[in-house]
Design a binder for this molecule. Structure first.
Ligand code: RB5
Length: 145
């Protein structure tokens, strides 16, 4: 799968570990930075990751900031992006099953690297259930218009 990845200075360690895990699993990862520990504005990174999904270059995105919240707010401003900030397993799984989320946002200052890697694994390996959930996603798309 093609997966876009990005972080700000609150998530660099997590992002690098996620990059290694996804690459080791055989995924094609587009790393939109940051690459060294410099202070950046998280909306700039969210924009790059979300635009690559909108263009169809990547199927899913993972964004890490300090809380995961700023990234999710910025990501959800992009049409067609359904971003979820998760810090536990149930949400990371069900946001794929029920919301067909295409971006997972994580908080580098909220969860450890080990938990982040497990949430990424769940998110990437869970398929949208469709069915009754599709009409709800359609209603979100209507709101976007
Ligand atoms: C950066 O200090 C911090 O505000 C950012 O990483 C994030 O937590 C915002 O939601």
């Amino acid at each position: 799968m093609n997966i876009a990845l990005g972080c700000d200075h609150g998530g660099l360690e997590h992002k690098n570990a996620i990059l290694k895990q996804l690459t080791d699993m055989g995924h094609n990862v587009a790393d939109f930075g940051i690459y060294e520990n410099t202070s950046v504005d998280y909306p700039d990174i969210a924009k790059k990751v979300c635009e690559s999904i909108q263009k169809g270059e990547n199927a899913l995105g993972i964004l890490v900031c300090g809380t995961g919240i700023g990234m999710s707010i910025a990501a959800n401003k992009h049409k067609g992006i359904r971003a979820a900030a998760c810090s536990e397993h149930f949400s990371a799984k069900y946001t794929r099953l029920h919301n067909n989320s295409n971006v997972l946002c994580l908080g580098g200052r909220v969860i450890g690297v080990g938990t982040a890697l497990e949430l990424v694994d769940l998110f990437v390996n869970t398929e949208f259930e469709g069915g009754r959930h599709q009409k709800r996603i359609d209603k979100i798309s209507e709101i976007e218009k």
